[in-house]
Each structure stands twice: as C-alpha cells, then as structure tokens.
Design a protein around this ligand. Structure first.
Ligand code: PEP
Ligand code: MN
Length: 354
C-alpha cells in the first residue's frame, strides 16, 4: 500500500502517518519527491483498510499495490532512480560504461587495464577479487590483495570501482574498498547476502540469476531495498536456455521490461551474456539502442592469457573502437557516452601516484 501525501502536507502530518503505520505493525519507507511525499507501507496489510489512512490530515489518497515488488516497482516510485557514485550518475541521460577484467590478476594488469578503459571513456572500473568459479580448481581470485590492487587502480585513474562480494562474512571487507558492490548471478537469491548488503548505504549491482526470471530479480532487489538500501542497479547478464551457440542467452527484452516494471537503473552485460568477444560489440550496441542505463564490459590486455573469461574479453584497442561506435548509437537514442579522456592531461598527479 502507498499513502500519497498532499503537496502541502506538513512534517507533522507526515510523521503522524508514519506513527500510525508503525502502530499497525507495518514498516514504512517514505519517498520524498519533488512535489509529493509518498509513504510505502510494507508488511502484512491484509487487515488494514485504506480508509484508516485516507481519513488522516494531509493524505491525498491511499493506493493498494498489486505487484509483490513494492519498493522496486514503478507504482511506488514513478520517477527513474538516479544513483550517484563519486561524480558518476547512473540512470540519467548518460549511458555509463563499466569496464575492466573479469578477475584482478596482478597490480600491473589492473592498473594498465584501468588506464586503458579510462582513456577510452569508461566511467567505472570493474574487476573481481573474489571469483565464483564453476570449478573449485580454477583461479578463485586474489581476495584482499585483489581489492588493494583495485584501490591502487582507482587512485591512479580516479575511476570508482565495482567488485563482487560472495559471502556475508566478507561484506564489511569488500564494502571498505568497493564503490559499488556486485552480487553475482549465482548469488542472486542468496537471501542472507541480500539482507547484509541491504543494511549498507553503498550502491549494489544485482545480477540476474542464471535461471532467474525478471520477477525473481525484482523480488531480490526488494530484499535489498526492504533493508533500507535503495541504491540498487539491476543487471541483465544472460540466462540459461537450450541454446548452446553462446555461453548464455542475452535477454535483451529484459532491458525495456525492467524499465517498465521498475524505476531502478538497468545495466546490460553483453560479455557474460554472449561469452564470445566477437559478439560483445553487436550486443553492447543493441543494449544501448534498447535503452540500457549502463553497460558492463570485460576488457583484458592479453585475453589469451586471462585467468578467467578470456574468450569474452576485449583487447583495450577493440574496446576503444567499440566505444566510438557506442557513442554514435547513444546519440541516435538521445543518450550520451563519455568522451575519451587522455589520463595525462586530466590528472597529471597520476604520474606521481602511479
Ligand atoms: C563477473 O561479473 O565476472 C561474473 C562472475 O558475473 P556473473 O555473476 O554474471 O556470472
Ligand atoms: Mn567474468
């Protein structure tokens, strides 16, 4: 249920509604909009009638929400959510490109890649330090050392970093380093982990599960948001189907469907979506054309030697060329993509820091 306050509702009237809801045993999530304050009531509402709130001073109307994703859905929050990460705005007119290697492998590898993607116009650096691998014998990531190298790459380039957190016990450690926490596809429905990142205020990018429906993805976002963290990004990264020509089936439908159903920014990951570097460019362009708010693209200086996901990683020059093409697609759909930024010109101190 949502309680829509009148534009002229006073702070005391809003507080009275919040108190009433708490007396009735439901939790409240106020959303302070430009004109109205809307209060989402979440919990067991079966015995609560709309009239209870409709009769209160300052209330314009009370609406029952049919969708199970009350906080992630558009009904409660019609305007797009815009998430700010150290000067980068996700969910606005700019299509934000996040790029970097699948795994952080060494200081040199991550710093070199960070510089290359920054110069090509990427706005956020990606890199896994804790890796969810299909085999326990495959490279599992550098752990804490990987986080430290990511922080060094951020220092050199100024790019905020996104990295995956896999377990509840490592949430505080990863949150200390990451600017955006990534919940991987295999953990989409790890409810303990969703609760834990929901208690933070840092942005969280939630990847769609390998066999997760769009509704399930939104319900998982709801877990994070119901804990008070509204800074959630939804990521389409391909789903498992009967098709074997690609690693996953990149569900481009999910981009506009999620935008219809939810106000949260939508990220498209054509690297995991296809599993093949040759297909990353075409699907990245398609995702921008379809309206994605951000892209996640894997880039590696030497994909043949990569410790994970080399087959779907772009070389830095190919990534730079793709960014040029993406800028033209973005322009055609009234969006923008950041221009190339030679690092030496922008941050001369990087030489000292590096
Ligand atoms: C990744 O981003 O490297 C990753 C492991 O992604 P996913 O969880 O989508 O497989
Ligand atoms: Mn990967």
């Amino acid at each position: 249920m949502i309680v829509v306050m009148k534009p002229e509702a006073t702070t005391a009237e809003i507080a009275a509604v919040l108190r009433k809801a708490e007396e009735l045993g439901v939790s409240t999530h106020p959303i302070y909009g430009e004109t109205h304050t809307v209060i989402a009531l979440v919990g067991d509402l079966t015995n609560i009638t709309r009239e209870v709130f409709d009769a209160m001073a300052g209330v314009q109307k009370t609406v029952r929400i049919e969708e199970p994703y009350k906080l992630a859905g558009r009904t409660t929050h019609p305007a797009d959510t815009v998430i700010e990460v150290h000067g980068v705005t996700i969910g606005g007119p700019e299509v934000v490109v996040m790029a970097g290697p699948c795994s952080v492998e060494s200081r040199q590898q991550i710093v070199e890649t960070a510089i290359a993607v920054k110069e090509a116009g990427a706005r956020i650096l990606r890199g896994g330090a804790f890796k969810p691998r299909t085999s326990p014998y495959s490279f599992q990531g550098l752990g804490l050392r990987g986080l430290e190298y990511l922080a060094e790459a951020r220092e050199v380039t100024g790019l905020p970093i996104i990295t995956e957190v896999m377990t509840v016990d490592t949430v505080p450690l990863v949150a200390e380093y990451a600017d955006i926490l990534q919940i991987g596809a295999r953990n989409m429905q790890n409810y303990g982990l969703l609760h834990a990142v929901g208690k933070l205020q840092k942005p969280v990018m939630l990847k769609r599960g390998i066999s997760g429906s769009i509704k399930e993805l939104l319900m998982c976002a709801e877990y994070i948001m119901s804990n008070g963290n509204y800074n959630v990004l939804l990521c389409e990264r391909g789903i498992r189907t009967y098709e074997t020509a690609t690693r996953n089936t990149f569900d481009l439908n999910a981009v506009p469907v999620l935008q219809q159903l939810s106000h949260l920014p939508v990220v498209a990951d054509p690297s995991h979506g296809t599993g093949k570097w040759e297909l990353v460019g075409p699907m990245a362009k398609a995702a921008v054309a379809a309206g994605a708010d951000a892209l996640m693209i894997e880039v590696h200086p030497d994909p043949d030697a990569a410790l994970s996901d080399g087959a779907q990683s772009l070389k830095p020059q190919r990534f730079a060329d793709l960014m040029e093409e993406l800028r033209r697609v973005a322009q055609a759909v009234d969006r923008t993509i950041a221009s190339p930024t030679p690092l030496a010109e922008e941050r001369p101190q990087a030489v000292v820091l590096g």
